[in-house]
Each structure stands twice: as C-alpha cells, then as structure tokens.
Write a protein that binds this ligand. Structure first.
Ligand code: ZN
Length: 253
C-alpha cells in the first residue's frame, strides 16, 4: 500500500472530539464580535442622570443667553431714551433762559411758553416709555442672577457625573480589550479569507455573519435548508456553506 492512499481508519480519539473545526471557531469569533458590539452600544448609552443634567445645563445656558440678549436690548433702549431725556431737559433749560432774556416781549413769551410746554410733554412721554423698560430690566437682571446661580450649582454636579461616566467608559473599554485580544488570537489561527468574507457578510447583515443550523433551518433567516446543504454543513469542512436564502455562513454546532 502506497503512502498516497487513504489513511487507514484510526480509532476515534476522545480528545479530538473536543477539537473544534474552523467554522465553530469562526462562530466563537462572532461571539466576541457580538460582545464587542454590545460593549460599544453600552458605551454610547449615556446614563439618564448625566443626560438629564446635560439637558438641564443646556436649557439653563439657552435661557441665560436669551435673558442676556434681551437685557442688552432693553439697556440699549434705556440709554437711548435717557439721552433723549437729557437733551430735552437741556432744551427746556435753554428755552427758559431765552424766555427770561425776552421778558419784555409778550409775543416771544407765549412762543417760549408753547415751546417749553411741548418739550415738557416730550419729557413726560419719555418718562412713560422708560418706566416699563426699567421694570423689565429689573426682571431680567433678577432672572439672569437666578440662572447664573443655577448654572453654578449644576457645574460641579455635571463635572461629577462626567467623571463617573469616564470611569464607566474606561471599564467597558477594558472589558473590550480582553475580548479583542481573545478574538485576535482565535482569528490568527483561521484562514484570513474566510474571516474577511465573514466580516463582509456580518457588516452587510448588520449583526450575524455565521449562524447555526437547527432542525434543518437557517437560524439567520429561518429558511428550511435543502438536505444537500444540511449534509454539507454537517461535515464542518471548508469551503464554508452559505445559506441560499440570506447568504450567511452556516455551521452545525
Ligand atoms: Zn439564512
């Protein structure tokens, strides 16, 4: 008998029964991938307390900004009206001194009197315009003070929560490091083209690249598999068999 012929049947070795084939190992790679996906999703899930505190901070910041913008506008209007008021009062003072200089002229007296009356009416109007602005300014200043207070209270609370969250993320990343190392080790023992194709399928299917066959069905898409496909999957050998319906690699566990 030449060395090229089929190897004689060997007795089944129990230790070999536990050795897994490439597809079973690929399936375990996927379990690491799913774990890494889960850790990644968890990392993105910001705790409610922090999310709410950030939202509150944003609301306070927006309200503070609104109050400051409005206050600026109110102060601008006040400055404008106060300057009008000062100039009207100057005009009144000048008109009065002119009136005194022309004390002998009754016609000029009447003219000055009318002029002064007009200016005084303008002072009254301006005062009336200023009153609600002063009131609004007081309200806005109070509001700004309260919001600054809230902002000051929130800041250390958020810093605390952010720090807790950093620790949380670091913990998840440390967990991920372990899974990633084990995955790499497992992948290094597998055919790189098989792994690459699995990764492509997994990406296109958004989750699973290899799925077990159970009761003759693909557990990825639930299709009843033809018996020939089931038989090829059962050998556990390469080339890997894909589900004719969803295109995922199939494995018999
Ligand atoms: Zn399928």
């Amino acid at each position: 008998m030449s060395g090229q012929g089929p190897a004689p049947e060997k007795p089944i070795r129990l230790d070999r029964m536990n050795e897994s084939g490439p597809l079973e190992r690929l399936y375990r790679v996927q379990q690491f991938d799913l774990e890494l996906d889960r850790l990644h999703d968890e990392e993105l899930r910001v705790p409610d307390g922090l999310r709410e505190a950030r939202e509150e901070q944003e609301r306070v910041n927006n309200d503070l900004e609104d109050a400051e913008i409005e206050l600026e506008g109110v102060e601008r209007s006040i400055r404008q009206l106060e300057s009008d008021l000062a100039s009207t009062r100057d005009q009144i003072a000048r008109a009065r001194s002119e009136q005194e200089k022309n004390a002998f002229d009754p016609k000029a007296q009447t003219q000055y009197q009318n002029r002064i009356q007009q200016l005084e009416d303008r002072v009254t109007e301006t005062d009336e315009g200023l009153a609600p602005l002063y009131e609004r300014r007081t309200t806005l200043e109070g509001r700004r003070g309260a919001l600054r207070g809230q902002h000051g209270t929130l800041r250390p609370r958020i810093a605390d929560l952010e720090q807790q969250d950093e620790a949380r993320v670091e913990g998840l990343r440390a967990q991920g490091e372990g899974a990633r190392r084990e995955r790499e080790e497992m992948v290094s023992a597998l055919d790189s083209r098989l792994v690459k194709e699995y990764e492509l399928i997994r990406r296109s299917k958004k989750g699973l690249g290899i799925v077990p066959v159970e009761a003759g069905r693909c557990t990825g898409c639930n299709m009843q598999l033809p018996v020939t496909v089931q038989q090829r999957v059962a050998t556990g050998r390469l080339p890997a068999v894909k589900c004719p319906s969803c295109g995922r690699f199939l494995v018999k566990l």
